[in-house]
Design a protein around this ligand. Sequence first.
Ligand SMILES: Nc1nc2c(ncn2[C@@H]2O[C@H](COP(=O)(O)OP(=O)(O)OP(=O)(O)O)[C@@H](O)[C@H]2O)c(=O)[nH]1
Ligand SMILES: [Mg+2]
Length: 425
Amino acid sequence: MENSELVPVINIGLNTGRYNFDYAMEELKALSQANNMTVIETIVQNLSQPIAGTYFGTGKVEELRDVVVDTGAEIVVANDELTPSQIRNLENVVKVPVMDRTGLILAIFANRAQSREAKLQVELAKLQYQMPRLHTAMNQRLDQQTGTSAGGGFTNRGAGEAQVELNRRTIQRQINHVRHELKEVNKSAEVKRQQRERVQLPNVALIGYTNAGKSTIMNELIKRFGMNDDKQVMVKNMLFATLDTSVRQLQFEDTKKLLLSDTVGFVSQLPTTLVEAFKSTLYEAANADLLVQVVDYSSPNRIDMMSTTKQTLNEIGVPDLPMVTVYNKADLTDSDYPSRAGDEIVVSAKDPASIDLLVDVIREKVFKNYVKATFLIPFDRGDLVSYLNEHASVTGTDYLADGTQLDAEVTDIDFQRLQKFVVEK
Ligand SMILES: Nc1nc2c(ncn2[C@@H]2O[C@H](COP(=O)(O)OP(=O)(O)OP(=O)(O)O)[C@@H](O)[C@H]2O)c(=O)[nH]1
Ligand SMILES: [Mg+2]
């Protein structure tokens, strides 16, 4: 991308001493870059809490205004979610639009959303965020930039109270409209989920901080074990490359199968308006038999990224599920790989031996409740023979006088169900 296309911005942040501030500011810079901005200056203030009206103290706001004028910055991006009046008051002084962290994340999501469901969810989150912020200059900018309004855009340039009220009603209508459409979309998504659930395969979900390498690992696994379709998912060196969950069926050499899903990456201080969107996108993760947490092992912020992941899982209500941790991108570190310590492995996604190790760990976790047995299925139960051939790992078939004899490895649930056909365990 041409440098000239990037919007010059200033990042601002308040160090309250309550969390890892440097990590948050680095993340803000990466988020800004992900939104086609270039950060030309960063201004921080140490304060125990934000100033109610202006976020920064008066002196800092004036310093910010001077830096905006000197550098020609076009937008100011704040590390926290600001109140509508903080945005307005700051804009009145600095004379350029002020965007907060939530607005920034929403803008990135709006640009990345691909599927109809993701687009609608982001649109809903954006409208909810805009509602109390109609007075701000940033609002117009956000709307122009994303331009995804379902019912046509709205403008409040030079908005008077009456205009703002009108816009508010327009937004409310749009919110209702988007909610309705989402319901329709979810209906069909629901059907697909139910179909998958009927198949009763183990469900494994790749989760973790954005840009950790989840989609890369997914693609390597699809290349080796993909069934039906071997469609690759998108991999990009940018934040939030993946916004929609993709599910693929994998079949290992011994015919054991599972469903693998690639999910949206996490980032700290996820806007509450987006939590709902995440909830539905992460249905697969919430219902997984195993979570595979992917971590960028080469990042100095990996510990913070892991706690961000944990926090996000809590926020969106993913229960405590069995989890393995994959420290990825080991090729960018001095560590030996692949290596394993309990439920943690150190790997590089592009290294075949690493993928072997990952598969071993996943298999061990997911198929631990498998039972080896020999079944004798009467000829009038051809349906069960087909079921086993499709859902179990069948290692031998014999046609005997009184039925079909199968040597197979099945889940303990299937074993219970088919108990009366077992001739040997
Ligand atoms: N050197 C190295 N790069 C990797 C490795 N795994 C992934 N990458 C790169 O890291 C970047 C991000 O990879 P993705 O697979 O898109 O990451 P993701 O976790 O799916 O990211 P989001 O979808 O944004 O959450 C890409 O440029 C990959 O090529 C690895 O093991 N080593
Ligand atoms: Mg991805």
